[in-house]
Design a protein around this ligand. Structure first.
Ligand code: IPE
Ligand code: IPE
Ligand code: MG
Ligand code: MG
Ligand code: MG
Length: 283
């Protein structure tokens, strides 16, 4: 299965490299490409391609949507790292965008990636109906009722209970993973909800694991700082239920995602593989 994942990543990387290839070397283009092409696990675009293929359509058809969700995700990382937010200096193994360039450029590079994601969908070969559904799914997930709301809750340190924390994770991280899966389904003319159980389970598991890695991980492997949450006095699930129970929760959500994968038959094997990879990841 690993070589299949490798093949997906290769297709995604190739496609991403082409996005701004004809746009010259302005400071803005350099900054957008710097963050977009710095690596990263590419989980969201991978999920998009997987969901498209699982509904019987060639995964490459979903590439414009996969790239759009990765552009939105990369913008969210650039802004998340800014001094006014988490104030971090390392991302994807290289200095954060505002460190490599400057703060204004990083803000604008984030803005550029966010808006271009939608321009890219609108100019793609997808049908008008697919475009509208895709733009609606992605903007809803990224917007003030989705990821932005989650980031507001995270910044205000407002979650006070385990329930609040999990809700905050659903907004800041889960929604974009749900959108990634929905986009793949939309490319295959599905309704977008086919993989919601899977994406929401791995979404919650993913953020809990991120918080655990912020404590137990290594900066070298993660390519981003450890101890960022502690530095910023963030309320994470680990503060509420401890590290052992947090790990159990990651196991439980992963198990649920794997159970769902089994319902997909042969096509579910890659879904099992991705869920296990995310459970065991150290980056
Ligand atoms: C980091 O996402 C931000 C979170 C939602 C926890 P990833 O861990 O997917 O970051 P990259 O894309 O691999 O850099
Ligand atoms: C970020 O959560 C979620 C986003 C929407 C970017 P974190 O702040 O925990 O992500 P990292 O640890 O910086 O990647
Ligand atoms: Mg943050
Ligand atoms: Mg952060
Ligand atoms: Mg984190």
């Amino acid at each position: 299965m690993d070589f299949i994942i490798h093949e997906y990543i290769k297709i995604i990387e190739n496609y991403l490299r082409g996005i701004f290839a004809d746009d010259g070397q302005t400071n803005l283009v350099s900054a957008m490409n710097y963050s977009l092409l710095a690596g990263g696990k590419r989980i969201r675009p991978m999920l998009t391609l997987m969901c498209c293929e699982a509904l019987g359509i060639n995964k490459e058809y979903a590439l414009p949507l996969a790239a759009a969700v990765e552009m939105v995700h990369t913008y969210s990382l650039i802004h998340d790292d800014l001094p006014a937010m988490d104030n971090d200096e390392l991302r994807r193994g290289v200095p954060t965008c505002h460190k490599q360039f400057d703060e204004a450029t990083a803000i604008l590079a984030g803005d550029g990636l966010l808006t271009y994601a939608f321009e890219h969908i609108s100019k793609s070969y997808l049908s008008d109906n697919q475009k509208v559904k895709a733009i609606s799914a992605l903007s809803g997930a990224a917007g003030p009722k989705g990821m932005i709301l989650g980031q507001v809750l995270d910044m205000n340190l407002s979650p006070k209970t385990e329930y609040d924390i999990l809700n905050m994770y659903k907004s800041k991280t889960g929604e974009l993973l749900n959108a990634a899966a929905a986009l793949g389904a939309i490319a295959a003319d599905g309704d977008g909800n086919e993989f919601l159980e899977y994406s929401s389970c791995i979404g919650t598991a993913f953020q809990i694991k991120d918080d655990i890695l912020d404590i137990e991980g290594s900066e070298e492997k993660l390519g981003k700082p450890v101890g960022s949450d502690d530095k910023n006095k963030k309320n994470t699930i680990v503060n509420f239920i401890g590290i052992d129970r947090s790990k159990k929760l990651v196991d439980e959500y992963t198990k649920r995602a794997i159970e769902f994968s089994h319902s997909l038959g042969e096509r579910g094997k890659l879904f099992v593989c991705l869920a296990e990879m995310l459970l065991l990841r150290n980056n």
